[in-house]
Design a protein around this ligand. Structure first.
Ligand code: ATP
Ligand code: MG
Length: 366
C-alpha cells in the first residue's frame, strides 16, 4: 500500500491538514484510494516535541514514504532562534535529502474567483499554467560567492550562476513529461542572449527535446519577455520551465494572476527510481499564517490542491484529483468562501465548513 507521510507543521498547518485528511477518507470510499497515512512533526512543532526542526527519524520516514504532504512551518515563537536552528531549516533539509530539484507551481484561476485576480477577469478566466522551476542549482548556490573588501572603503560582492547539462536536462524532462499530461506545450525560459548558462540551457533543452520529446511543442523565450507575456496574455502558456532565479520571480508573478494565496498548491520532485517513481513533497505556497492560526478560519484549499497534485503526479489517480478540483470549483460556485476570499454576495464559512462541503460535493458526484 502506498505510504504518505503527513507533516502538518505549525500555525494553520494542523487545522488545514485535518480537513485534507477527512477529505482523503471520503476519497477512500468514493474512489477506492488505499493509502497508509503516517504523521510526523516538522518545524516549530518538531523543535518543541523533539528538540530539532526535523528529527532523524522523521527524515527516515520521509525517505521511506512514497510522498510527503507538508502543511507549513515557522512562527513568532521560534523567530529568535539562530538561523541554523529555525523551523524553516527542515524544508531545506527535506529538499536536499530527498533530492527535490524540480519545483512545480501551477497557476490556476477557478472561474468563480476570476474577479479576484490582479488582471482583468477575461485575461485570466480559465487560466491553467504550470511553472517548473529548477530548485537546487543556479546562482543561489553557485561558487564562488561572498563579499570582500577591495580597499578604499569599497567592497565587492560575488555570486556565480552554474548549471551542468545534467541539471538542465533532468528538470527539462520533468517539464516535458508534465506537458504530455496537460496541453503538450513547453516554453523554456532563460537569457541566452546575455548569459552562458542561458546558452547551455537552450542547447540542452533543444537536444533533449529532439532526442526524447519531439511530440511536445517547444518554444524558447527570453525571461524578460516571458515576464511581460505573463501579464499581457497569460493564457498562451501551458508549461514554463526555467532556472532557479527566474523561476523564483516568474512563479510569484504567476501566483498573483490568480489573486489568492490561499489557493496555491506546489510540488517538488526528485529523480525517478528504477520503477520510475520520483521522490516528492507537496505543500501549499502560503506560510503558517500565525496571525489567523487556531481560529478555524484558514483556507484549506491550497493544501487540498497540493494533495490533488500528489494524487495526479505521484499515484496516477487523475480521476480522484479531478474529483477534488471539481468539488472545489462547485463549492466556490455556490458562493462559499473562507474569510480570505469573501467578496460581496458570497457566504463566509469556516475551515471545517468548507471541508465538509467539499466532502459532500465529492460524494454527490459518485
Ligand atoms: P512565509 O511563512 O513563507 O514567510 P509569510 O509569513 O510571508 O510566509 P503567510 O504565512 O503565507 O506569509 O501569510 C501571509 C498572509 O496571508 C497572512 O496575513 C495570512 O493570514 C494570509 N494567509 C496565508 N495563507 C492563508 C490561508 N491558507 N488562509 C487564509 N489566509 C492565509
Ligand atoms: Mg512568515
Amino acid at each position: 500500500m502506498a505510504k504518505i507521510l503527513i507533516l502538518p507543521g505549525d500555525g494553520i498547518g494542523p487545522e488545514v491538514m485535518a480537513e485534507v485528511r477527512r477529505i482523503a477518507d471520503t476519497l477512500a470510499e468514493t474512489h477506492g484510494l488505499a493509502f497508509e497515512f503516517e504523521e510526523g512533526n516538522v518545524g516549530g512543532a518538531a523543535i518543541d516535541a523533539e528538540g530539532a526542526p526535523l528529527a532523524e527519524e522523521t527524515l527516515q520516514r520521509a525517505l521511506n514514504a512514497d510522498a510527503v504532504l507538508l502543511g507549513a512551518v515557522g512562527g513568532p515563537k521560534w523567530d529568535s532562534l539562530p538561523f541554523d536552528q529555525k523551523p524553516e531549516r527542515a524544508l531545506l533539509r527535506l529538499r536536499k535529502e530527498l533530492g527535490l530539484f524540480a519545483n512545480l507551481r501551477p497557476a490556476i484561476v477557478f472561474d468563480p474567483l476570476a474577479d479576484a485576480s490582479s488582471l482583468k477577469p477575461e485575461l485570466v478566466r480559465g487560466l491553467d499554467l504550470m511553472i517548473v522551476r529548477e530548485l537546487t542549482g543556479g546562482v543561489y548556490f553557485g561558487e564562488p560567492r561572498g563579499i570582500e573588501d577591495i580597499g578604499g572603503g569599497q567592497r565587492r560582492a560575488v555570486n556565480t550562476q552554474v548549471y551542468t547539462s545534467e541539471e538542465i536536462r533532468r528538470v527539462a524532462a520533468v517539464a516535458f513529461e508534465l506537458a504530455r499530461k496537460r496541453g503538450n506545450r513547453v516554453v523554456s525560459t532563460e537569457k541566452a542572449n546575455v548569459m552562458e548558462t542561458g546558452v547551455l540551457w537552450r542547447e540542452e533543452v533543444t537536444a533533449l527535446h529532439a532526442e526524447s520529446y519531439n511530440d511536445v511543442s517547444l518554444e524558447h523565450m527570453y525571461a524578460d519577455n516571458c515576464a511581460m507575456q505573463l501579464v499581457r496574455q497569460p493564457k498562451q502558456f501551458d508549461v514554463i520551465v526555467t532556472d532557479n532565479l527566474f523561476g523564483d520571480m516568474l512563479s510569484d508573478e504567476a501566483a498573483m494572476l490568480t489573486g489568492s494565496l490561499g489557493m496555491l498548491p506546489s510540488a517538488s520532485l526528485g529523480a525517478p527510481d528504477a520503477q520510475g517513481r520520483r521522490k516528492a513533497m507537496y505543500e501549499p505556497v502560503h506560510g503558517s499564517a500565525p496571525d489567523i492560526a487556531g481560529q478555524g478560519v484558514a483556507n484549506p484549499l491550497a493544501t487540498l490542491l497540493s494533495f490533488a497534485m500528489m494524487l495526479r503526479y505521484s499515484f496516477d489517480h487523475g480521476d480522484a484529483a479531478d474529483a477534488v478540483e471539481g468539488a472545489v470549483t462547485r463549492v466556490l460556485d455556490r458562493g462559499l468562501r473562507t474569510p480570505d476570499l469573501v467578496q460581496p454576495g458570497t457566504t463566509k464559512v469556516s475551515t471545517r465548513e468548507i471541508g465538509d462541503e467539499i466532502r459532500r460535493e465529492i460524494s454527490k458526484t459518485e
